[in-house]
Design a protein around this ligand. Structure first.
Ligand SMILES: [Zn+2]
Ligand SMILES: [Zn+2]
Length: 176
């Protein structure tokens, strides 16, 4: 009996970690995958890699991966930029919004299964995969990035732990 060929690979931990880990898995499993590294972003040249999102609330989303990059606040995680023909969308799969990320090698497809488990500390709505997330550096409360930054700019504190916070000019929240 020949060993069963691996056609599906769980890359959830790599995606939650950083883009270079994702690229390593992609290059090891997709023969001849071409990409260009531009600073911290990996631009996929031939756009052959597909990505689909199965989510409870918003239905299915599917497109081609354009680039894979770092999250802007330099925290852990990976941003995927997806071209679904009508627009370019960025998704940030994190433990708050994603159940699993699986690479289907035969279909050249990354399948993201979402589950929103966390509510934004500012607006109270679920944090979804298309939302950029930021955390309080002290209590690690999560919120939509824009909501948290607006809140801290106005109140100079965390909405949950109430400790003093501030926002830098590039949108990084720090302990004041
Ligand atoms: Zn919010
Ligand atoms: Zn806090």
């Amino acid at each position: 009996m020949s060993p069963k060929e691996i056609t599906k690979l769980d890359i959830t931990s790599e995606v939650f970690k950083e883009p270079i880990e994702v690229i390593k898995q992609l290059s090891a499993n997709l023969e001849g995958l071409k990409y260009t590294k531009v600073i911290q972003t990996f631009v996929l040249e031939d756009r052959r890699l597909n990505l689909s999102i199965d989510s409870e609330g918003t239905g299915e989303f599917k497109g081609k991966v354009v680039w894979i990059g770092n999250t802007k606040d330099e925290g852990a995680g990976t941003i995927f930029c997806i071209d679904n023909k009508s627009e370019l969308k960025q998704i940030t799969p994190t433990a708050e919004n994603t159940e699993t990320v699986v690479l289907d090698i035969k279909k050249e497809l990354i399948r993201v299964t979402t589950s929103s488990k966390t509510k934004c500390a500012v607006c109270g709505k679920q944090i979804e995969i298309f939302d950029e997330v930021i955390g309080c550096p002290l209590c690690e409360t999560k919120a939509h990035k824009d909501h948290m930054i607006d809140w801290v700019r106005m109140k100079h504190s965390c909405p949950v732990c109430k400790k003093s916070l501030n926002v830098s000019s590039i949108g990084v929240i720090f302990i004041d």
